[in-house]
Design a protein around this ligand. Sequence first.
Ligand code: FES
Length: 160
Amino acid sequence: MENINLEKVDLLIEKYRGDTTAYISLLQDINKEFRYLPEQVLRHVAQKLDVPLSRLFSMATFYKSFNLTPRGEHEIHVCMGTACHVRGAHRILDRFSEFLQISPGETDPGGKYTLETVNCLGACALGPLATIDGKYYGRLTLKKAEALLEGYHEKADQQI
Ligand code: FES
């Protein structure tokens, strides 16, 4: 079992103590703290707040912003929408996948990167397009994607 600091969770529970409508906010804070909602934490919250675990799980699965599996420190989203698709998004995705050695939807074992696909990032003229931690990188070529990942990999702990 993962070594989770439940004291942090208790502090978050205290923050919303007495507000029975604040479950979503509490889960958002927990998701932000751990980058996902660990089952161990959900069980702890359920017990502390005397709320059914099934209720917390149904909230966690209903809202897309919650994650039930660990996320990487850096999130990469590759657009697979039509405009990006016709400009070679699949090849870009394959290059990201090869470089990180993970498939879309996965997080690398070191917990550094999560690779995802999206249907449209809203900037179709810039396709093929990807974001890393919300920053847009447009008109990607295989070379640009590779250079971006190499640069990012070297400076993974810094802002690029
Ligand atoms: S299809 Fe890729 S940004 Fe719209």
